[in-house]
Design a protein around this ligand. Structure first.
Ligand code: GLU
Length: 298
């Protein structure tokens, strides 16, 4: 149950934004946390652009990320990894998981899943696993409908070309790996609870990978030893730990940092109009003042 990189390993951290909007103060906090952790240990700081979702990502935000980070005074080592340029890495990982027998095709639409969850609420016997339809940190968990599908029927639907996603059969995967743990710098050693998000989707027809799969594969391929990211992704790490065990990947240490909040105590997000770094810059804020505002005074 090795759960963290050897203490003598050089520190490699990363900032991995999705180019779906301009960076705001919350992003600055996250980038600074990774940058400071690397630089204070004489380590490396990497930049990765997580642009697997073609519907939401825009090249102008990709360019703006690099410009805003440089303005903030952050530099990064080596080339920027752009996830959209590495579909083969994710495809290979997916094929490996399929060969292990831990993936199943899911043909459910969002509406069908909601209906199944509502039905299960009235008839608990329809959900043979405790997790099915139960509330999870990101909403009700997938009720497992297609996990129970007859394999012949699943094959027939695939042959027909029916739209589908590939889900991770968590219970089956855990049978292969046994118990797992990981280490968070703030909360200490954690026993992995990979079922916390249910049977997560690892690939869809329009995006042949997912956040969970690509982030885990990339952290390994880039030699990341310390994953610094917001505490909103704490639960996701339980799933990533399982993927690492299944795929034989290195296990980094984690630092899930707190999230910046507004005056009302709500988490900053671009959806709620959190101020973009470039807006602050246009108002005359200096990089040093913005670093302080983001929780990292010089
Ligand atoms: N791309 C993710 C985001 O922008 C962050 C992924 C991570 O740090 O693991 O929310």
């Amino acid at each position: 149950m090795t759960a963290s990189a050897a203490p003598s390993a050089p520190v490699v951290t990363r900032f991995a934004p999705s180019p779906t909007g301009y960076l705001h103060l919350g992003h600055a906090h996250s980038a600074l946390a990774g940058w400071r952790a690397a630089r204070s240990a004489g380590g490396r700081f990497l930049l990765r652009i997580e642009d697997i979702d073609p519907q939401r990502c825009r090249p102008e935000f990709d360019a703006a990320i690099r410009e805003d980070l440089a303005w903030l005074g952050l530099d990064w080592d080596g080339p920027v990894r752009r996830q959209s340029e590495h579909p083969d890495d994710y495809r290979a990982a997916l094929a490996r998981l399929r060969a292990l027998g831990v993936l199943y095709p899911c043909f459910c639409s969002r509406k069908e899943i909601q209906e199944e969850i509502a039905r299960a609420g009235h008839a608990p016997h329809l959900t043979p696993t405790a997790a099915g339809g139960a509330p999870g940190p990101e909403g009700p968990l997938y009720p497992g409908t297609c996990r129970r599908l007859d394999p012949g029927e699943a094959q027939a639907r695939l042959a027909e070309g029916r739209p589908h996603a590939w889900r991770l059969d968590i219970a089956r995967a855990l049978e292969l790996t046994g118990p797992l743990c990981w280490h968070d710098r703030e909360r200490g050693m954690q026993t992995a609870v990979p079922g916390i998000l249910g049977d997560v989707v690892l690939a869809r027809r329009d995006t042949p990978t997912s956040y969970h799969l690509s982030v885990t594969v990339d952290d390994h391929l880039q030699g990341v030893t310390l994953v610094t990211r917001g505490v909103d992704l704490f639960e996701a790490t339980h799933v990533h730990r399982l993927l690492q065990a299944l795929l034989g990947l290195a296990v980094p240490e984690y630092h899930h940092h707190g999230l910046l909040t507004n005056a009302a105590g709500e988490r900053l997000s671009k959806r709620d109009g959190a101020k973009a770094l470039r807006a602050l810059r246009a108002e005359g804020w200096t990089p040093a003042a913005v670093r302080t505002l983001a929780g990292f005074p010089d």
